[in-house]
Design a protein around this ligand. Sequence first.
Ligand code: NAI
Ligand code: MG
Length: 359
Amino acid sequence: MSKKLHRIAAIGGDGIGVEVVDACLEALEVLAERDGGFAFEVENFDWSTARYKETGAFMPEDGADQLRGFDAILFGAVGAPDVPDHLTLWGLRLAICQPLDQYANVRPTRMLPGIQSPLRGVDRDELDWVIVRENSEGEYAGQGGRSHPGLPLEVATDVSIFTRAGIERIMRFAFGLAQSRPRKLLTVVTKSNAQRHGMVLWDEIAAEVAQEFPDVTWDKMLVDAMTVRMVMNPQSLDTIVATNLHADILSDLAAALSGSIGVAPTANLNPERDTPSMFEPIHGSAFDITGKGVANPVATFWTAAMMLEHLGEQAASDRLIQAVETVTANPDLHTPDLGGQASTRQVTDAVIEAIRGRN
Ligand code: NAI
Ligand code: MG
């Protein structure tokens, strides 16, 4: 029987992005060998701030089109201390997500074995969320501009764009995801008291789409009150949907509550599969620890497990998650962000051993 071939585009990017993607590719290779039913064909792209400094562009002009032929994209992080963050974000990450219409950003959060939440007295089963972030419009739609530069009357605008089509598709995705989880519980986050146009449209469309999912229990929260609920009453939440900006912030909070930003994964999905989806840790390029060999690779392993699930390799995905959980359960294999002393290399080796089934 011939093996199924999955074509992966790997973009390490900058800083620890490169380190964790390299670690992840090693583990994926071993997983494929262990499974036997599939193989990866990985193409590495050097799209990064270094490329920008050399050529003036983070990626080629047809970069997003070059990715269309792949089955999935594994992304590290982009950002450098000496280049403004809005250039790096729009030059690479958003330059991929937006043209490939990866409109559903999915961010699972739970406490892995052996990892403590900074929340006192919260058990592992009391914090198990999936945050769905609208990933194509809203506050990050890119509309706006600056006039009168440098003059006293200088003005800058960032216009939020909320479309019926954009809200309906993310709402349907979120209700569907909530329905697929045991608790069938969805919380719709907005700020519809203060933002009285776009956010009110969100609330209205949530109520409409809810009718298609009668078995899903749902409620509404204002984003400020949501931060309180996440901290004070985490067990009351399951699936959460919010706008691009709100979910960006809430998911960093969620990552911290689950123990570290170094373990938090995300998937930028095109649910219709018209284009490849992109999988990445939620953290950035972490200049403070770049090159020290201590970046936590767990977020990237977890996002790779999401990628395997998306590719239809459920058994390999489960094996990878089990391997990661075996490793996190051992405090000697915690990197410094989790209070330990282990290196990226040690954690990667241990995960690979666990995949092979030797520990
Ligand atoms: P960051 O996530 O890079 O780092 C925040 C803190 O968390 C740092 O102390 C860092 O050492 C720690 N940390 C992050 N990931 C870790 C890991 N895997 N293991 C251990 N510790 C980890 O966020 P920051 O500092 O705000 O941004 C740095 C650069 O990354 C900026 O240029 C920013 O624009 C960019 N960035 C890029 C993202 C992306 O490409 N998706 C996402 C977030 C930030
Ligand atoms: Mg963020």
